[in-house]
Design a protein around this ligand. Structure first.
Ligand code: ADP
Ligand code: MG
Length: 403
C-alpha cells in the first residue's frame, strides 16, 4: 500500500478558503494512488473561536482551577472540531473518508497531561479503515493514556502526531503543510531574503528547530529519523516541492557540507541574562544546586572565576532572582535578550567563522552579551532590540550564497 501522511497546521485549516487549498493536496495524493492520513491542527489562532489559545482563555488560562487532566479534555477540542470539519469537507467532495480522534487512531501516550509523550502507535484501526476509505483524518496534538484519559502533546504536537503515525504506518512521506514554502535559511518574518532549502538532513532540521525555527517541532523530526521516513515541509498555498528532509547519503552529505557552511540562522526571544557574583567553587555549587532543586533550567551557562552567567526564559526571571538573592547572592539582570544561532554541520573546524560573526555584528554596533559554540552551532546572545538587524546581518554574511 502506498501511504502518505499530510499534516495541516493552524493557518492552513483556519478558513474555508485555506481548507480548500489543503483539499487540493489531499485530492492530488489520492489521485496518485496514495492512501492518505490527514493530521489536522486546531482551527486558527488566538481570537478565532476554536483555537487552542482561545480555549485556554475560556478557563482563565494560567489561573485555571481545572486539573491538567481536565484541561486536556478542553484543549483537545480544537483538533477534534477540525477533524470533523475536514472529514465533512472530504465526504461532501465525494472522497471516501473517516475521522478519528488521537485515541481512536491508536496514539497512546504517557499521562503527563498538557505535555504527554507518545509511547506507542497502534495503527490497526487506521489500517482496517483503509479497506473501506481512501483518507483517514486524525485529530493532531492528542492521544490517550493507559486509563483512557485524553492527553495533549504540547506546542507543535500535531507535527509529532504526524511523524509518529508516519513511522507506525511506514509511510512513503510525512508532509508538513504550513504557511511557508519549507525550512528556510531564517524566519521569513524577519529576513525578507530568506530562502527555502530544497534538501536538508534530519540533523540539520532538528537543530534549526531546537534553536527556534518553529516551522516544525524538533521531536517530530527525531521520530521520523528513527525509521528514516522522508519528511517534506511544504506550503499549503503553493505547489512547490518545499524542503525534503532525509538522512542524505554519504556522497550527498559530503557535497552538501562542503557547499554549505551554514544551514541557516535561527533565533529565540524572551530571554533574561543573569549574572551572579560567586567567588569560590563552593558558592558556584550552591548557586547551581539551588536552581536545579527548584527545577529551573538554565541555558548559555558560562562559569568564570568571579561570576557565573546564564539565561532563563523571561517568565522564570522573578523566581530565579528571588531564590538567589534570598541566599545572599548578588545578582545582575539583563532583560529582553534574544539568542541567535548560526546552525550548520559545516561549521566544525572551519577557521574564521567567529571572526565573521563578530565583524558582522560589530559593524552595526551590535553588542554580543555572551557567546558559545558546539561542532554544529554558534550562539550569540544579544539585546532583543538588535534582533532584526543581527539576524539579517548574519544571514547576509553566511546564507546569501546558498542555492
Ligand atoms: P503551523 O501552524 O502550520 O504549524 P507554525 O506557525 O508552527 O505553522 O510554523 C510556521 C512559521 O514558522 C512560519 O510562518 C515562519 O514565520 C516560522 N519560521 C521560523 N523560522 C523559520 C524557518 N527557518 N523557516 C521557515 N519558517 C520559519
Ligand atoms: Mg507548528
Amino acid at each position: 500500500m502506498n501511504l502518505i501522511v499530510q499534516k495541516f497546521g493552524g493557518t492552513s485549516v483556519q478558513s474555508e478558503e485555506t481548507r480548500k487549498m489543503a483539499f487540493r493536496h489531499i485530492k492530488r495524493a489520492t489521485e496518485s494512488g496514495y492512501k492518505v492520513v490527514v493530521v489536522v491542527s486546531a482551527i486558527g489562532r488566538l481570537g478565532d473561536p476554536y483555537a487552542t489559545d482561545t480555549l485556554l482563555e475560556l478557563i482563565g488560562a494560567k489561573e485555571t482551577k481545572l486539573s491538567s487532566r481536565e484541561e486536556d479534555v478542553l484543549l483537545s477540542v480544537g483538533e477534534t472540531i477540525s477533524c470533523a470539519v475536514f472529514t465533512n469537507m472530504l465526504k461532501e467532495a465525494g472522497i471516501n473518508s473517516v475521522g478519528f480522534s488521537g485515541g481512536q487512531a491508536g496514539i497512546f501516550t504517557t499521562s503527563e497531561h498538557l505535555n504527554a509523550k507518545i509511547l506507542e502507535v497502534d495503527p490497526k484501526r487506521i489500517l482496517a479503515a483503509f479497506d473501506q476509505v481512501d483518507v483517514v483524518v486524525v485529530a493532531g496534538f492528542q492521544g490517550v493514556d493507559e486509563q483512557g484519559d485524553i492527553t495533549t502533546l504540547g506546542r507543535g504536537g500535531s507535527d509529532t502526531s504526524a511523524a509518529a503515525l508516519g513511522v507506525a504506518l511506514q509511510a512513503d512521506f510525512v508532509d508538513i503543510f504550513t504557511d511557508v514554502d519549507g525550512m528556510m535559511t531564517a524566519d521569513p518574518r524577519i529576513v525578507e531574503h530568506a530562502r527555502s532549502l530544497p534538501r536538508v538532513s534530519y540533523a540539520e532540521v532538528s537543530n534549526m528547530a531546537y534553536q527556534g525555527a518553529k516551522v516544525i517541532h524538533p521531536r517530530a523530526v527525531e521520530i521520523a529519523m528513527t525509521a528514516k521516513i522522508p519528511m517534506r515541509i511544504r506550503s499549503t498555498y503553493l505547489d512547490g516541492e518545499g524542503t525534503l528532509v532525509t538522512s542524505l547519503s554519504n556522497e550527498e552529505s559530503h557535497f552538501d557540507i562542503k557547499e554549505r557552511l551554514v544551514t541557516g540562522i535561527a533565533h529565540v526571544t524572551n530571554l533574561t541574562q543573569i549574572n551572579v557574583r560567586v567567588e569560590s567553587t563552593d558558592k558556584q555549587q550552591e548557586a547551581f544546586n539551588l536552581l536545579a532543586e527548584h527545577g529551573i533550567s538554565l541555558d548559555f551557562i558560562s562559569i568564570g572565576t568571579k561570576n557565573i552567567a546564564f539565561t532563563v526564559p523571561e517568565e522564570k526571571m522573578k523566581q530565579t532572582v528571588a531564590l538567589l538573592e534570598d541566599q545572599g547572592f548578588s545578582v545582575f539582570v539583563t532583560e529582553h535578550c534574544a539568542k541567535v544561532s548560526i546552525v550548520g554541520a559545516g561549521i566544525t573546524g572551519v577557521p574564521g567563522v567567529t571572526a565573521k560573526i563578530v565583524s558582522a555584528l560589530a559593524a552595526r554596533g551590535i553588542q554580543i552579551l555572551q557567546s558559545a559554540d558546539s561542532h554544529t552551532t554558534i550562539w550569540v546572545l544579544i539585546s532583543e532590540e538588535d534582533l532584526i538587524q543581527a539576524v539579517n546581518a548574519l544571514h547576509d554574511t553566511f546564507c546569501l550564497e546558498i542555492d
